[in-house]
Design a binder for this molecule. Structure first.
Ligand code: TYM
Length: 344
């Protein structure tokens, strides 16, 4: 008997997702995916490929479709298990956009204007500051609230969006009763803020201009080693955790800890020699050791389009069914007709 057959109400519900835009970085891996895999043990999990969120930036249609399949293969390669968790594509479950519209009417413009990711993206894509980019966090709130989610494992950069989700849910519940479960963010102590290797005060991002700035999960080992060797540090010749004073060194130390599973104190002891060259190479080696099995599994999975499609279709069917009760409760609370096409 698989876990899938157990009653979902007995375990906390976990929801998370990633955008199918380009390849994922080790920031996505250590900040999110690695934790998603671990949460499958004790929780009832849904993991989504958020293609609708990706549309806030212009996409090539064929590429977007291919990227969704690639991300599905990567989810599986990292250890997400379709027998235990629901893996699906956001646009396959129309309730996400329906609920997002309803939640838009409970979200204040001022709240959205304060979102640092909106401000940052609006700055970077000045030619296309579309309304979708602005209301992006509302769609995210819908993703989460639709499933009665208890916990949302994410990297630090999503914390503000989670706070908004909670605020909107509480506001709605205050008006209409306990319709939404109030979700908690799950942000790991380590790995939640992987930094750019060239500008270590910024988060590592898929869209960084310099390729040397980001390490992708699927980068060949030689490439990973090269990027770490070129990582920006400083001239203090001291290996210690000091995010403000030595962001580059601190990032490498954090990555070494998260990739080896060893604590900070051990890292300091291990790198007591203060040799930056060794820190870079050993961090690269630890990261490569984590990623190599993922890369091998990915290669085996990516060519089986039929199997990937089947997993995603089954996941979407399960997600659609799971979304129904909250959608009905929300519509009922607002006075919308429950049987679509029939009134009352
Ligand atoms: P996305 O696709 O940008 O990133 C996916 C996950 O990776 C985490 N992450 C990082 N963690 C640590 N260090 C980094 N440098 C780093 N970069 C990215 C992100 O925090 C995220 O957890 N809006 C979301 C996707 C989303 C979502 C949701 C997440 C849509 N709906 C509902 C949770 C719940 C996003 O763009 O993630």
């Amino acid at each position: 008997m698989t876990d899938q057959t157990k009653s979902p109400v007995t375990r906390p519900i976990v929801f998370s997702g990633a955008q199918p835009t380009g390849q994922l970085t080790i920031g996505n891996y250590f900040g999110a995916l690695q934790h998603w895999v671990a949460t499958q043990e004790a929780n009832d999990c849904l993991f989504c490929i958020v293609d609708l969120h990706a549309l806030t930036v212009r996409q090539n249609p064929a590429e977007l479709r291919q990227r969704c399949l690639e991300l599905a293969a990567l989810y599986l390669a990292c250890g997400l298990d379709p027998q235990r968790s629901i893996l699906f594509i956001q646009s396959h479950v129309p309730a996400h956009t329906e609920l997002a519209w309803l939640l838009n009417t409970f979200t204040q413009i001022g709240e959205l204007e304060r979102m640092t990711q909106f401000k940052d993206k609006a700055q970077r894509h000045k030619h296309n500051v579309n309304a979708g980019l602005f209301t992006y966090p509302v769609l995210m709130a819908a993703d989460i609230l639709l499933y009665g989610t208890h916990k949302v494992p994410v990297g630090e950069d999503q914390k503000q969006h989670l706070e908004l989700t909670r605020d909107v849910a509480v506001r709605f519940n205050n008006l209409y009763g306990e319709v939404f479960q109030i979700p908690e963010p799950l942000i790991a102590a380590e790995g939640a803020r992987v930094k750019d290797l060239q500008e270590p005060t910024k988060k590592m991002s898929k869209s960084a201009e310099s390729e040397l700035a980001r390490v992708m999960i699927l980068d060949p080992p030689k490439e990973i080693l090269k990027k770490f060797k070129k990582a920006v540090t400083d001239s203090l010749a001291q290996i210690r955790f000091d995010e403000a004073g030595q962001p580059g060194v601190t990032n490498l130390l954090d990555l070494w800890c998260v990739a080896t599973g060893r604590p900070r104190a051990e890292a300091l002891e291990h790198f007591g020699h203060n040799l930056y060259g060794k820190l870079k190479v050993e961090t690269a080696e630890a990261v490569i050791a984590q990623l190599e099995p993922v890369q091998q599994r990915y290669q085996a999975l990516i060519d089986d389009r039929a199997e990937l499609t089947k997993i995603l279709e089954e996941g979407a069917a399960r997600a659609r069914a799971r979304a129904e009760p909250v959608m009905r409760k929300t519509m009922s609370a607002l006075g919308l007709p429950l049987d679509r096409g029939r009134f009352p």
